[in-house]
Design a protein around this ligand. Structure first.
Ligand SMILES: Nc1ncnc2c1ncn2[C@@H]1O[C@H](COP(=O)(O)OP(=O)(O)OP(=O)(O)O)[C@@H](O)[C@H]1O
Length: 342
């Protein structure tokens, strides 16, 4: 550890202090105090956080991206209604549980970014999490829910997160004005309930869901559901948050307008019908893709070339065009498809 600091600092005394501060931060996040160990004293001159728990120091220093602060000006009506309701729950200090229910592309992440920027611009703490790392990474300061809330990988009903009441994580969550958990539809209900149990405990408000915090969940039950090994449809549904006692406490905020496909309303509605399970299907549950969005498969050698030509027309001329390259992709459900393409 000291090698990292030694590269930029010639003084042994400073290096020692920086290592001690790191050790203190790690111990704090585990709910322990450095003072209980026989280690040299920390000189606060070298500590940017000056005794503030590391988790709070880091969260308070997430810079609001200027563009995100301006996002609230361009929210659509549904997003605006959700935004106002969530902010007023924070202002009222009574807390509230929300579930932002929106199919893919309806602007859930856009809404979270606007909320995070607003709350942070008021020098309050907003904790941004998502079930997957990819979704967490597109929110400023986002972390996976497992890592932020220290959720055990396997957990039974009635379980707790593995942070202690004295830990930096507990202090952070106690201080937070807003907690966001995106893609909650993908996680087993016991994990969300564990956070509820821990929050009631650290807030000393055992009778209030999440100890009276404003918590915004988001997700789309039409997309990926929790993984239940060899689980039947009923078992998978039963494992989801929809079947939790918490579901009834949540105020449902619906986003319906597809902002990703707003230039193509027909496609947006078609996606929604499939997601809602109302598009016509055959006995195997397969829906028919309309001819106009298909590149026909004929079985001859030119099929692949036709697909590439359709998705990447005039590829050579557009190689350096970033908008062209980032606005199209060929995906494959199986590795073999990709190998053929390469
Ligand atoms: N009010 C808005 N004004 C302009 N663009 C918007 C607005 N809301 C969303 N968008 C844009 O629409 C696209 C989809 O939004 P976003 O990624 O937030 O949707 P999502 O519901 O999180 O989708 P998914 O569930 O697939 O992750 C993004 O390009 C986003 O910038």
């Amino acid at each position: 550890m000291s090698e990292d600091y030694r590269r930029n600092n010639p003084s042994d005394a400073i290096v020692e202090q920086m290592v001690l501060i790191d050790i203190r931060n790690m111990l704090q996040s585990m709910g322990k105090e450095i003072k209980s160990f026989p280690l040299p004293e920390i000189d606060n001159t070298y500590d940017d956080a000056c005794g503030v728990p590391h988790e709070i120091f880091k969260e308070s220093n997430i810079e609001s991206i200027e563009d995100d602060v301006a996002l609230s000006d361009s929210l659509n009506n549904e997003q605006r209604a959700a935004y106002d309701e969530i902010l007023s729950s924070i202002d009222s200090k009574d807390g509230g549980l929300f579930f932002v229910d929106g199919p893919g592309g309806t602007g859930k992440t856009f809404l979270y970014r606007a909320l995070l920027a607003k709350v942070r611009s008021q020098n309050k703490i907003a904790v941004a999490t998502a079930t997957s790392g990819v979704a967490a990474s597109i929110m400023p300061g986002g972390r996976t829910a497992h890592s932020r809330f220290k959720i055990p990988l396997t957990i039974e009903s009635g379980g707790y997160c593995s942070f202690t009441k004295q830990s930096g994580t507990a202090t952070l969550l106690r201080t937070a004005s807003l907690i966001i958990w995106d893609e909650v539809s993908m996680i087993k209900k016991q994990k969300v309930e564990a956070l509820d149990n821990s929050m009631r405990d650290i807030m000393d408000r055992p009778d209030l869901p999440f100890g009276g915090k404003t918590v915004v969940f988001g997700g789309d039950f039409r997309q990926v559901l929790p993984v239940v090994r060899k689980g039947s449809r009923a078992q998978i549904v039963d494992a989801s948050l929809r079947r939790s006692y918490l579901w009834d406490y949540m105020r449902h905020l619906k986003l319906v307008r597809n902002m990703r496909a707003h230039s193509d309303p027909w496609f947006a509605e078609y996606l929604l019908r499939i997601g809602n399970g109302i598009e016509e299907s055959n006995v195997d549950g397969e829906v028919r893709l309309p001819d106009e969005i298909c590149v026909p498969y004929t079985g001859d050698d030119n099929d692949l070339d036709r697909l590439i030509q359709c998705i990447f027309p005039n590829l050579n001329e557009n190689m350096a065009n970033k908008d062209y390259i980032t606005s199209r992709a060929i995906l494959s459900t199986a590795m073999i498809g990709l190998i053929v393409l390469i």
